[in-house]
Design a protein around this ligand. Structure first.
Ligand code: NDP
Ligand code: BG6
Length: 488
């Protein structure tokens, strides 16, 4: 296979370069892209934050972060080469002086490293800083020919999302804005599109006549991991349902796009989101974890985590029924579920087909009959399996459930990590895997009833699979991923 051409020369500016996201995701992703030969032939990476570092301190921090993320594959020699691309400017946001210095610094770097004038501004700060960053870029006249990457959450409800968009668009055109939802950077989420639209078999069955229901589960075993203050402002609905889960749902349920053009794909996603009914709080379960276990060790209750209010009403779990009002999906429930401190980390989609109209094998051993189901595993294992019934060898006609199983490992190809793929696409100016303004707004409209009128709070012990009410929500069906395990 011919390697994809590298993006054109450019400078990547990371705002909030002293923070968690920069350290854990952005810098390690840039390093891996450099190691894989995917970065432009000439590039520079400039960190900007208020923390009073200089370039040497930034390089030392980046070295630590990348070495930790890369573990055994870290290569000190290659680091020396990469490190030359890194520099840092310390400055504030609340007065223009810092940005004036930044722009001057950029001029020098671009000259020295011959990166031309192309710039990618990456906002790795809390969202409250996005508007001032956009304004400062505008005041400095640095938006021309530049692109800006903003991290989720895009606002905290429809009103604040619109306010944020207004400010961004005072400075940038929509074509310059790249809104990240890192779930779209995951190989196996992108693979949904290929699976659906490059194979004729399943697409013929991909509708209400054949499918009973669909489950999307994003189960995390970790708790809030020192992000208690952030999480108190978010909760599972804002942090996961409004974005990651709805994005996966859009890929699963959208109509075939007319081409792979970014706007063709994004048009279909928005069309689908518009056919989803705003969530009904009566069909949503909110939950919060109480003390329990994390693997073998005890885990505290959410309310006892640092930064969390002792009487917090913020949900760490949500399960919801989505209703899609279009010809393809009317009447087919899509059950979405996510939570922290669940029994294990697993993101999977279960597409459950209708049962046969008349079951011949009653009394032959398997009861009740297990419907055919397709499992799309997103993480930690990536793959697709299809469960069907065959005959148990021996007397009679005893059905037995078996799997046709594909694991991405069998492809023996090196995948790009989610942030690597998205950074690369942003550097190339490809919007396919980024969220458009109308998608953000529609997703907030869908979540609005849950924010305005939250469902009652259930609890679940850390280390379980969430509150019992989530089992009632899906009944008489059952979650594929559940404590006792097993097929549906
Ligand atoms: P941090 O709280 O670590 O903030 C990042 C940096 O931003 C800080 O180091 C700080 O640097 C600067 N900063 C903090 N407050 C302000 C402010 N009011 N104005 C300007 N700068 C400020 O956040 P994260 O790194 O965790 O997250 C950054 C963004 O990425 C957020 O939007 C978050 O929602 C998103 N995100 C984060 C994920 C993660 O895993 N961390 C995952 C997905 C999204 P200094 O004080 O030096 O200026
Ligand atoms: C982030 C959320 O967007 O996604 C986190 O803010 C969550 O709370 C994370 O843990 C999950 O991402 P992943 O890639 O680990 O499934």
């Amino acid at each position: 296979m011919t390697p994809a051409p590298a993006p054109p020369p450019q400078t990547i500016v990371i705002f909030g370069a002293s923070g968690d996201l920069a350290r854990r995701k952005v810098l390690p992703a840039l390093w891996r892209l450099a190691r894989g030969g995917h970065l432009p032939e000439r590039y520079a990476i400039v960190g900007y934050a208020r923390t009073g570092w200089g370039t040497d301190a930034f390089r030392a921090e980046a070295h630590r972060a990348v070495r930790e993320a890369a573990a055994a594959s870290f290569d000190e020699g290659a680091w020396r080469e990469f490190e030359g691309s890194l520099s840092y400017v310390s400055g504030p946001y609340d007065e223009p002086g810092g940005f004036a210095r930044l722009v001057e610094h950029l001029g020098g770097v671009e000259n020295e490293r011959s990166t031309g004038g192309r710039r990618l501004f990456y906002c790795a700060t809390p969202p409250s800083a996005f508007p001032i960053i956009a304004r400062r870029i505008g005041e400095a006249g640095a938006q021309r020919g530049a692109r800006i990457v903003v991290e989720k959450p895009f606002g905290r409800d429809l009103g604040s999302a619109r306010d944020l968009e207004t400010v961004l668009h005072e400075v940038f055109e929509e074509s310059q804005v790249f809104r990240i939802d890192h779930y779209l950077g995951k190989e196996s989420v992108q693979a949904i599109l290929v699976f659906r639209f490059a194979n004729s078999t399943f697409e013929r069955l991909w509708h209400r006549d054949s499918i009973d229901h669909v489950q999307v589960t994003v189960a995390e075993s970790l708790g809030v991991e020192g992000r208690g203050v952030f999480y108190e402002e978010a909760g599972a609905i804002r942090d996961m349902l409004q974005n990651h889960l709805l994005q996966v749902l859009a890929f699963l349920a959208m109509e075939p796009p007319r081409s792979l053009e970014p706007e063709a794909i994004r048009d279909e996603k928005v069309k689908l989101l518009r056919t989803i009914r705003p969530f009904d709080p009566a069909e949503v379960v909110r939950g919060q974890y109480t003390a329990g276990s994390a693997g073998e060790v005890p885990a505290p209750a959410y309310r006892a985590e640092p930064g969390v209010a002792p009487a917090s009403d913020v949900e760490t779990f949500v399960a919801a029924r989505a209703r899609i009002d279009n010809w393809r999906w009317a009447g087919v429930p899509f059950f979405l579920r996510t939570g922290k401190r669940l029994a294990r980390r697993a993101t999977e989609i279960a597409v459950v087909f209708r049962e046969v109209p008349a079951y011949l094998f009653e009394g032959q051993g398997v009861a009740p009959p297990v419907p055919n189901h397709l499992l799309i595993r997103i993480q930690p294992e990536e793959g697709i399996s299809f469960a069907f019934q065959t005959k148990e060898p021996g007397p009679g006609f005893v059905p037995r459930v078996v799997d046709m199983d594909f694991s991405s490992r069998s492809l023996e190809a090196e995948a790009l990590g989610d942030y690597e793929r998205l950074l690369l696409d942003a550097m190339e100016g490809d919007h396919t895997l980024f969220i458009r303004r109308d998608e953000v707004e529609r997703a907030w409209e869908l979540a609005a009833p849950l924010l305005d009128c939250p469902a009652a709070m259930e609890t679940y012990p850390a280390g379980s699979f969430g509150p019992a009410a989530a089992d009632t929500l899906i009944a008489p069906r059952r979650w594929h991923l559940r404590a006792e395990g097993g097929s549906l």
